[in-house]
Design a protein around this ligand. Structure first.
Ligand SMILES: C=CC1=C(C)c2cc3[nH]c(cc4nc(cc5[nH]c(cc1n2)c(C)c5CCC(=O)O)C(CCC(=O)O)=C4C)c(C)c3C=C
Ligand SMILES: [Fe+2]
Ligand SMILES: [Fe+2]
Length: 387
């Protein structure tokens, strides 16, 4: 066996307040985050959204100290994983490839090439697969290696998702049990699983398995926890005007409060590190929603970060992947290529789904034109004197 490397894939986050705008630009430039019919629209729209959103986003990052802790935590996870692999007799180098901020995936691939890694294990730090997260990073890797085949390692294997791993489930159950036992009446606490949302169209039109994996993951954590508490699953962090997976976290919290729930324990489940959505959105925004709705005791389970049971399980997962027959990017991405993706749809006449989608697209184009005109002060409506 040649030199082995592990590539940890993650989202990345702005490290300082000035990074927020270019970070948002990178995020919205990703066609897996905003699915548009024409590639040429992607960059102008990314520029527009990052320009309109960055102030609000910066204010949120200011509330957690001016930047995302994601890079630091991911680096600690990489060090802990490498150590755990060494303890198992595996001489493996661990790399980090972020999708939207430093260290970028491209940088990681250059280092992997320079170090002469021959066999690469690709491990996303997202327990559940989504087109918008792991899928996006896989697509980027595919592109890097297609554009420059000399950068590809001799052999690679992909771990698409791993939410059903026993160590991950045990670590989550341990953290939940510890928080439950901090309440006065642990059995009366309502456990509230809050997953990052995605637009409904990802699941219903593009075939994203994310919702199904989140539901299954919640079921397995509850089973592993083996406590009598009631629980709810809801989706947070909605962005933009389209419909996202429901119930929305804020609505579900308000409904539970109306039912008379007094003790709520929030469990973030789509991400294994502390980040803006746990530290600001849950700890500040949703806490306020809950308290205003009458919930007296609002607690949150910390993210796994470098929980030893979790890291040990990741190391076992890597060892198993090294020994198993490889699962290539092509094999993992092939089912996605058969999904109904917007730009590849075939046209049929009448009020078909495709017609509705095109109505939506044209309306969106008009809306974008209007926004650009409102911001720039130039355009056809100004020309004919309507603005
Ligand atoms: C599994 C986790 C995540 C999914 C699924 C996901 C989908 C998704 N996200 C956006 C838009 C934004 N995400 C932002 C930050 C962000 N997203 C995730 C995770 C998932 N996203 C994380 C961990 C972070 C935070 C990184 C950090 O800085 O700590 C942001 C920026 C923050 C903000 O302005 O609110 C946006 C915007 C979409 C549109 C989407 C699915 C289509
Ligand atoms: Fe996100
Ligand atoms: Fe948010």
């Amino acid at each position: 066996m040649g030199r082995v490397g592990v590539l940890l894939l993650n989202l990345g986050g702005p490290e300082q307040i000035e990074d927020v705008r270019p970070f948002l630009y990178n995020l919205f430039s990703d066609p897996e985050i905003i699915r548009l019919p024409f590639p040429w629209m992607q960059k102008p729209l990314a520029w527009l959204i990052s320009s309109l959103r960055h102030k609000k986003s910066q204010a949120n990052y200011m509330e957690i100290g001016g930047g995302s802790p994601l890079r630091g935590i991911t680096e600690e996870q990489a060090i802990a994983l490498q150590k755990s692999l060494q303890d198992k007799g595996q001489d493996v180098q661990v790399y980090i490839g972020m999708r939207y901020w430093h260290p970028f995936t491209e940088e990681a691939i250059a280092r992997i090439k320079r170090d002469g890694v021959e066999q690469l294990v690709i491990l996303p730090l997202y327990p559940q697969f989504s087109i918008s997260t792991s899928g996006s990073s896989f697509r980027l890797l595919e592109k890097i290696w297609t554009d420059n085949p000399s950068l590809a390692p001799q052999q690679h294997t992909v771990i698409p998702s791993w939410y059903q791993r026993p160590g991950y489930l045990q670590a989550m159950a341990q953290l939940i049990a510890r928080e439950l036992d901090g309440f006065e009446n642990p059995d009366q606490v309502h456990i509230f699983f809050s997953a990052h949302g995605v637009p409904v169209s990802y699941v219903e039109e593009a075939g994203d398995p994310y919702q199904q994996e989140i539901e299954e993951c919640t079921r397995l954590i509850v089973q592993t926890l083996n406590r009598p508490n009631r629980h709810t699953l809801a989706y947070q962090s909605r962005v933009g005007p389209v419909e996202w997976l429901k119930p929305y976290t804020e609505d579900a919290i308000t409904e539970l409060a109306a039912e008379g729930i007094n003790d709520l324990l929030v469990v973030p489940i789509s991400f294994v590190s502390e980040h803006i959505e746990t530290l600001q959105e849950i700890d500040m925004e949703y806490r306020e929603v809950a308290e205003e709705a009458g919930i007296e005791n609002f607690h949150r389970v910390p993210a796994l970060n470098t929980h030893p049971v979790f890291i040990e399980d990741l190391a076992n997962l890597v060892v198993e992947a090294i020994d198993a027959p490889p699962l290539t990017l092509d094999q993992v991405m092939r089912p996605q290529k058969n999904f109904k993706m917007y730009p590849q749809e075939r046209w049929e006449w009448g009020m078909t789904t495709a017609a509705e989608v095109w109505n939506g697209r044209l309306a969106m184009l008009g809306f974008m034109g209007l926004l650009i005109e409102l911001i720039s002060g130039h355009g056809p409506l100004h020309f004919i004197g309507l603005l």
